[in-house]
Design a protein around this ligand. Structure first.
Ligand code: SF4
Length: 340
């Protein structure tokens, strides 16, 4: 399901780049409204009076821009730097961690000057040689839904394939992987899929592909020799939670049996929320039934000065034991990066 934006807004300068012009030609032939932005940092063309309208209209908008700041943000602990190719995501997951970061109209933005971004990445790699430098491509976006149009990931993957000291990784919930399948990755890019129990996806991960579709896409990526990982998140611990996750793991077993001996990396994250996220979520999805009862959770102070509500340590221990046991059985060579 590639992203089909309702409107595509181009920064004027983006049309000086081949990819900007190519995207304009492509979207001119669709039903999308086309707009040209006068100022690159003010996107005022998106309608929406209520928080819900603003959210839905934002999510239906693609902005094609030029990345001006070429200073990369750090991305600890999973990588050294964020690779700025895109921001935002066309999914509408109720619990989304980006909800508090992208403003009231969370549009998706892609950058057409990827050559300059990759040149800068090369400079960062040189600075740290002979150490390996890791770059994360999905710190503030899910870049796969626009990949069929932009090919930005394929460009980045090919670039990192040639870098002896540079590595790339990104995570997605989407399945539009065709364009990256034949990129010359040289084992330097790890593709991670974010998966969840089928019922959780249906209930909370709106506008994203099903669990089965994601695992099928992961298999196609693994067949091309990419290092592969799975983020199982957010894990919800509720009445009968094991059943849904057992079914998900069985699906992994059947689809990926050919890669049983391969090195697969797993990251497992239990559900947590902040007071601010809860407020935003309730504004956008007023009738959501996301479990966010403070009284049922433990409050934990976070490193950035705001606290979050997590499951209590007994529940977390149970969750950890469950995933360790099952994953060891299904993928004896799999690696669990962390369970939190
Ligand atoms: Fe947020 Fe990821 Fe869902 Fe997109 S797919 S809405 S980034 S949680």
């Amino acid at each position: 399901m590639p992203f089909l934006p309702k409107r595509v807004l181009f920064e004027q300068d983006a049309l000086q780049y081949p990819l900007g012009r190519e995207l304009l030609d492509r979207f001119k032939n669709t039903d999308a409204e086309i707009g040209i932005l006068k100022s690159h940092n003010r996107v005022t063309e998106i309608p929406g009076k209520t928080p819900q309208q603003a959210y839905y209209e934002g999510k239906s908008t693609l902005v094609v821009g030029v990345r001006r700041t070429l200073k990369f943000e750090s991305c600890k602990p999973s990588a050294h730097y964020q690779l700025p190719l895109a921001t935002g995501c066309s999914g509408m997951c109720t619990y989304c961690y980006l909800n508090t970061q992208l403003g009231k109209k969370p549009y998706m933005r892609v950058y057409v000057n990827y050559d300059e971004v990759l040149k800068k990445a090369e400079a960062y790699i040189k600075e740290r040689e002979p150490e390996i430098t890791y770059f994360e491509g999905a710190a503030t976006s899910d870049p796969i839904p626009v990949e069929p149009y932009t090919g930005l990931l394929a460009e980045a993957i090919t670039f990192f394939g040639k870098q002896p000291h540079g590595r790339f990784r990104f995570v997605t919930k989407f399945t539009d992987v065709d364009r990256i399948l034949d990129a010359d990755h040289n084992g330097h890019t790890m593709v991670r899929f974010s998966i969840n129990a089928a019922g959780i996806i249906r209930k909370y991960e709106h506008k994203t592909p099903s669990m089965e579709e994601r695992i099928a896409a992961a298999r196609r990526v693994a067949e091309k020799g990419y290092p592969l990982g799975f983020i199982i998140a957010p894990v919800f611990i509720h009445e009968g939670w094991r059943k849904g996750y057992e079914e998900m793991l069985e699906k992994l077993r059947s689809e990926l049996s050919a890669f049983k001996g391969a090195r697969l990396v797993f990251e497992i994250i239990s559900h947590r929320f902040t007071a601010r996220a809860k407020q935003n979520i309730n504004e956008i999805f007023p009738s959501n039934d996301l479990p966010m009862e403070e009284a049922e959770r433990k409050f934990k102070y976070g490193q950035f000065g705001y606290g979050k509500y997590v499951y209590d340590s007994g529940q977390l221990k149970e969750m950890e034991a469950f995933f360790r046991e099952k994953l060891a059985e299904i993928f004896p060579n799999g690696e669990i990066d962390y369970i939190i």
